[in-house]
Write a protein that binds this ligand. Structure first.
Ligand code: T1G
Length: 700
């Protein structure tokens, strides 16, 4: 079917675009649209409507074309053709008009949108900026301050909100085409002009003194050195200070600079990596999925409560099972408090909070889970307890119910063995806070059936999570890589670094939070408790936990007790370096027979990041992860790895595997043969001068 279809409905020309799945502005679509607009100039139509087939209006430029030689017509040429039409062009928007899609709508003279539609300029999420006039036209309609927020946040807004910002002229409640036809006839009736957005002037005097500089400073805090955000402000400044054409030229220059940046390449890599992760190798395309209409959650603690919120937010009723009514009430109180926090931030209304809470019902009785389609166990990380829970679930739930565990590292098969339905058992590993973090590790047991896996992947999308399939090993993907990462952080402490040095190195490099501060946030007592009852061999190298053990025994559990590796300001919760901890570290170094030395920031960064990469290579080789980009998704969406660096494996490819391998061999010789055994896959690819990405392509 042609990408563009044109028909006359009375005296209105209707241009329909059709480029599944999201009507991205491919070359064919641009060419077809360009031709349709030109051809319609000479027919009997008195106005033109531009709308799309399928589930959405144009969702942007075709990201797959980036990095390839540009093909005519450029989007800017198509936009100029629309804007210079001598008959009014009306955009009819449904679904999500995003990026270049909304820029096409801005080139139209009028805009209608279904009430359910959203519009947005999300380019910043790809390390880009609207490069087809969006930074010049948006402020002319919505005002500079609103445009700054819209474009630097990149979050789509509703049709109603867009109408209030003059970005949409009419919200259509029912049928989009008929509503827009009515609007078109009204325009013709009143002989409405071809109202070009570019002709609207912005009065520089209307801009508050210092607006751009103040905004730049606030923006820097939340975007930490990224290129596109600051360039967006420059474009909007140009929209105020320069004539339209010059502003457009400025936008194009800065857009190209962003497009060519490594930051944008990394973010575009993650855009596709996130979507590729949902494709499960070896799973037949027609694998059925089961409908999840209701859910049971075992454990109403921090994780169970957060998990429950995900389902309530998606309109799926939850039965939250706890051991007592008191435990239920405290769990529900925490959930309610979390909703209130979101409400106070304007993210949801009182009514929505009440509705979501109504979907979460407490129970102490397993028999009330008899009809749920899925149960997620979120009890304490103890195998015996989990097996007891799964045995009860197996007896209580209907045969086709899926039984999932939220364990973060325990053996799925061992848990499944406590049931008569191991094919219906799977791991759904959420990340704390479970109602916020996007990542969901879907952990397949040896016997997890295909429909159970495909249901879990589909379910992740339903509850707005990013799924990554993991094999069943200790720590799956993320926590398995976290072990050597934290090991190196602890060894650097003993060998001479301070908590603040390690954390500031990693945070200035881009990690959301340094490893030492993460330990204080999670609570040092969690690891301490998990180590109790383990043999020395199971505990691993005491160097990796000797400092934490001392701190826990002193009652320094981390943020929750006001002190851990750092002290925490009771008001601001800001971390404060503590000389007492330095003395503890020095004493432990002596006990461990380690002679302390000055450790460079470079060494800290390489030891921690290369530890991630080396374990990631092992994870690829043993099949725990399907592909390197899956590991990137895990680390960016679950562990705060800087998105503008693309993820551990993408970052390794960019450094060059030979360099990574050479450093790891040096660590092996200088630091520890055990800790730094080069992953065979890494060694091989380094020798071949290859990359993880090409290995993935070859191994599919
Ligand atoms: N280009 C190419 N492919 C795209 C695409 C795009 N813009 N958007 C989505 N896809 C593919 C995606 O890879 C997947 O492919 C399929 O469509 C379904 O996507 C000049 C420079 C629209 C909200 O950033 O946010 O315009 O995996 O799984 O969950 O200033 O897609 O099936 O093979 O995400 O329903 C700006 C990006 C581009 C929007 C739909 N636009 N897309 O979500 O489906 S830059 C964006 C989305 C730009 C201009 C600038 C979402 C969606 P496959 P999906 P979804």
């Amino acid at each position: 079917m042609s990408a563009v279809h044109y028909e006359l409905i009375g005296n209105i020309g209707v241009i329909r675009l059709n480029n599944p799945p999201v009507n991205a502005l491919s070359q064919a679509l641009r060419e077809g649209l360009w031709g349709a607009i030109k051809n319609a100039q000479d027919d009997t139509s008195q106005a033109l409507i531009l709308l799309c087939e399928g589930r959405t209006f144009i969702a942007g430029a075709d990201i797959t074309e980036f990095g390839k030689p540009p093909q005519a017509p450029a989007l800017s040429e198509v936009i100029t053709e629309i804007e210079n039409s001598h008959k009014p062009v009306i955009a009819a928007i449904h679904g999500t008009a995003l990026g270049g899609g909304f820029e096409v709508a801005l080139a139209c003279h009028y805009r209608c949108a279904l009430a359910s539609a959203k519009i947005g300029l999300p380019e910043i999420k790809l390390g880009l900026l609207p490069g087809a006039g969006g930074t010049q036209r948006t402020p002319r309609l919505a005002g500079v301050e609103a445009a700054l927020e819209l474009i630097t946040r990149g979050t789509p807004i509703s049709a109603e909100k867009a109408e209030s910002m003059n970005l949409i002229d009419r919200v259509i409640e029912n049928d989009l085409l008929s509503g827009t036809l009515t609007y078109a006839h009204e325009l013709i009736q009143r002989n409405a002009p071809t109202r070009r957005v570019r002709d609207i002037c912005i009065d520089p005097a209307s801009i508050p003194e210092g607006l751009f500089d103040d905004f730049r400073q606030r923006l820097e805090k939340r975007t930490r050195g990224q290129l596109a955000p600051q360039h967006i402000v420059s474009c909007l400044e140009a929209a105020v200070k320069l004539p339209f054409e010059q502003g457009l030229a400025k936008e194009l220059d800065l857009f190209i600079e962003c497009l060519l940046s490594s930051e944008s390449a990394a973010l575009r890599h993650l855009f596709f990596a996130e979507r590729t992760a949902t494709k499960i190798k070896g799973l037949p395309k027609d694998t059925p999925t089961r409908e999840i209409k209701s859910v049971g959650i075992i454990g109403g603690g921090t994780m169970g409560g957060g998990i429950a919120m995900n389902f309530a937010n998606a309109g799926i009723p939850v039965k939250l099972l706890e051991v007592s009514q008191t435990a239920i009430e405290s769990g529900l109180a925490v959930i309610s408090k979390n909703y209130s926090i979101s409400m106070n931030k304007g993210r949801l209304t009182e009514g929505q909070k009440a509705h979501f809470l109504s979907l979460i019902q407490g129970t102490t009785n397993y028999s009330e889970l008899a009809e749920v389609d899925l149960v997620i166990e979120a009890v304490f990380e103890n195998m015996a307890l989990k097996q007891e829970v799964f045995t009860k679930l197996d007896q209580s739930c209907k045969p086709e119910a899926i039984l999932a565990t939220n364990t973060s590292f325990l053996d799925i098969d061992q848990i499944a063995a406590a049931t008569s339905r191991p094919e219906n058992v799977i791991g759904l590993h959420f990340f704390s806070p479970a109602n916020v973090m996007k990542l969901l590790e879907v952990v397949r047991g040896t016997k997890s059936a295909d429909p159970v896996i495909s249901t879990a992947i589909q379910l992740a999308k339903t509850i707005n999570k990013t799924p990554v399939l993991a094999g069943n090993c200790y720590g799956f993907i993320g926590n398995r890589m976290l072990l050597p990462y934290n090991r190196e952080a602890q060894l650097c402490l003993l060998e001479g670094a301070t908590p603040e040095q390690i954390d500031s190195v990693m945070e200035s490099w881009g990690m959301a939070m340094g490893p030492i501060a993460v330990g204080d946030l999670a609570g040092l007592d969690i690891g301490f408790k998990a180590r109790q009852g383990l043999s020395d061999a199971e505990r691993g190298d005491p160097k990796t936990y000797c400092i934490a053990d001392v701190l826990v025994k002193m009652g320094r559990l981390g943020q929750k007790s006001g002190a851990g590796y750092y002290r925490y300001d009771p008001e601001t919760r800001a971390r404060v370096n503590d000389l007492e901890v330095l003395a503890i570290i020095e004493a432990q170094a002596e006990i461990q027979g380690i002679k302390r030395r000055k450790i460079s920031n470079k060494e800290i960064l390489e030891r921690l990041t290369f530890a991630l990469i080396n374990e990631g290579a092992n994870i690829l080789e043993d099949g725990t992860a399907q592909r390197p980009s899956d590991i990137d998704v895990v680390y960016v969406y679950g562990y705060g790895f800087p998105a503008h660096r693309g993820g551990p494996m993408y970052y390794a490819d960019n450094i060059g595997l030979a360099k990574v391998y050479e450093s790891i061999c040096a660590f092996h010789d200088r630091l520890s043969e055990n800790c730094w055994t080069p992953a065979p896959l890494l060694a091989r690819l380094a020798r071949e001068g290859s990359t993880f990405a090409s290995w993935a392509d070859d191994s599919h």
